[in-house]
Design a binder for this molecule. Structure first.
Ligand SMILES: Cc1ncc(COP(=O)(O)O)c(C=O)c1O
Length: 400
């Protein structure tokens, strides 16, 4: 695909689409009366970082997920990078990642100096295939990055069992599925640690692209992550002494080069408001998925398979079609904005060339990446819009 076509497919609309990809403005209109005064309050307070809004959100989000500690940071990428540093991963260490996932995950792993090792997906759920995880674990594997991709929790029971058998910790990535459940329990508490992004396109998003969190029951990891997120500051110890005359009352000093990664108070206040709506939004997303299920039932497309015992946040409604690029272009002509995340699969991204993977290495993930389309799905989507998508799709497939 050339750059012009790609720009056309990925563009944010210049003219309003009939079924836009993005719902941020519509969502804001629904909660404006609650949200606008909170943002105004933070602005007026002058406390823009490290405030009660931030600690409040950290506490509330961690509690929502059933986890003890939360450390707010600037982005999901920072959350992964900081967590890896906090648990001592770096050069020579390997982290397993799903081959169909956002480049931000292997990117963060590489930024931490570690090596991302792609793992094939289950051809029905598009999540990590536990058997492929077991096969990929090697002597240098230090972490399994279990992403709940596309809003559906992955097979945590199987993955955790494999991880425990090999003494490898599990990082849950709940960026695309906050609030979803496995056997009635919310994601984020199954792994040893979890991260979330609150970037602008996420199900729980901040007002902008800044926001992420690390959650864990491990107080030591949480404290270390917090120090790393604040430039690498920390309490001075005998191992790194500083003369009394130079130490301020906090007893802290700069211990190591690290990150400037605060969760801003405006974003935290925004997220606190939105978190109160999340369960309702998830129910509304599920309802819209049912509409798609019904409207697409007769068409020659593969619709989502949701595993037994889990709920799904539907980060877009995934379909698989032959001749994906043509179908996607047809939908766009009719005002339906879609995405083909995540293609190329991780191992075929140019940034991964140094590891020498080839086409054919991950057959399930490659086939999926060639065929997937994410149809727009959000709580504000109307039945007439879903019907328009279905009609347009039927036309597109008829012309195949
Ligand atoms: C599953 C997942 N993890 C992590 C990230 C990184 O988050 P951010 O964009 O906030 O850096 C993203 C998305 O961008 C993501 O989809």
């Amino acid at each position: 695909m050339n750059r012009a076509t790609s720009d056309r497919l990925q563009r944010t609309t210049e003219v309003p689409a009939q079924v836009p990809w993005n719902n941020n403005a519509l969502q804001y209109a629904r909660i404006k009366d609650e949200l606008a005064p909170e943002v105004e309050r933070v602005l007026a307070s002058g406390a823009y970082v490290l405030s009660e809004d931030v600690t409040g959100f950290e506490r509330e989000f961690a509690a929502y997920c059933g986890v003890r500690h939360g450390v707010g940071v600037h982005s999901g990428t920072d959350a992964i990078s900081i967590l890896l540093r906090a648990i001592g991963l770096g050069p020579g260490d390997e982290v397993l990642v799903p081959v169909n996932s956002c480049s931000s995950e292997p990117n963060a792993i590489m930024l931490a100096g570690a090596t991302p090792v792609p793992v094939d997906i289950d051809a029905r759920t598009y999540n990590l295939d536990p058997e492929a995880v077991a096969a990929a674990i090697g002597p240098n594997t230090r972490l399994i990055h279990a992403v709940h991709a596309y809003g559906q929790p992955c097979a945590m029971g199987d993955i955790i069992k494999i991880a425990r058998d090999h003494g490898v910790p599990v990082l849950e990535d709940i960026s695309l599925a906050p609030g979803t459940t496995i056997d009635g329990e919310r994601v984020g508490r199954f792994g040893d640690f979890a991260v979330a992004s609150f970037g602008h396109g996420k199900i729980l998003n901040a007002a902008g692209n800044g926001g992420g969190i690390i959650i864990t029951d491990d107080a030591t990891v949480a404290e270390r992550a917090r120090d790393l997120a604040t430039y690498g500051s920390g309490f001075v110890s005998e191992a790194q002494p500083v003369a009394e005359a130079y130490l301020g009352p906090s007893g802290r000093a700069w211990l190591e080069p690290a990150f400037n990664s605060f969760l801003d108070a405006i974003q935290a206040a925004t997220l606190r408001v939105k978190l109160r709506h999340l369960d309702r939004w998830l129910a509304e997303r599920g309802e819209r998925a049912r509409w798609y299920d019904e409207c697409l039932a007769e068409l020659d497309v593969v619709t989502p398979h949701i595993a037994e015992g889990v709920t799904c946040a539907y980060r877009g409604y995934i379909i698989r079609v032959r001749d994906r690029n043509r179908v996607q272009a047809h939908l766009l002509e009719a005002g339906v904005e879609t995405r083909a995340w995540y293609t190329p699969p991780v191992h075929l991204q140019p940034a991964m060339a140094r590891y020498g993977y080839r086409e054919g290495d991950f057959p399930a993930g490659e086939a999926f990446a060639r065929e997937l389309i994410l149809l727009p799905l959000y709580p504000e989507l109307e039945t007439s819009q879903v019907e328009h998508v279905a009609r347009t799709l039927r036309d597109a497939l008829g012309g195949a």
